[in-house]
Design a protein around this ligand. Structure first.
Ligand SMILES: [Zn+2]
Length: 76
């Protein structure tokens, strides 16, 4: 399983995070179906956003669905 880091806003810290199968950093073909790094929902890479919370140790964000990307604002 691919390991990533998740930023927890409340504590301003990163924690280890297990990515769902199919999570993606980048696809050459934007029509490739990938899994949202947060919810695991299947989305076209073209419709994904770059997560600001879940990324590699180098700080590269994973593809995330619209719901999670915008929902993160409201996370308590
Ligand atoms: Zn999602």
């Amino acid at each position: 399983m691919t390991k990533a880091l998740k930023f927890i806003e409340n504590s301003q810290k990163y924690i280890p995070y297990d990515l769902p199968d199919g999570a993606s950093l980048y696809e050459e073909d934007f029509n490739t179906e990938v899994s949202c790094c947060s919810s695991g929902k299947k989305i076209k890479f073209n419709d994904s956003y770059t997560s600001r919370h879940i990324h590699t140790e180098d700080g590269i964000g994973y593809a995330e669905c619209e719901t999670c990307y915008f929902g993160e604002h409201n996370e308590r």
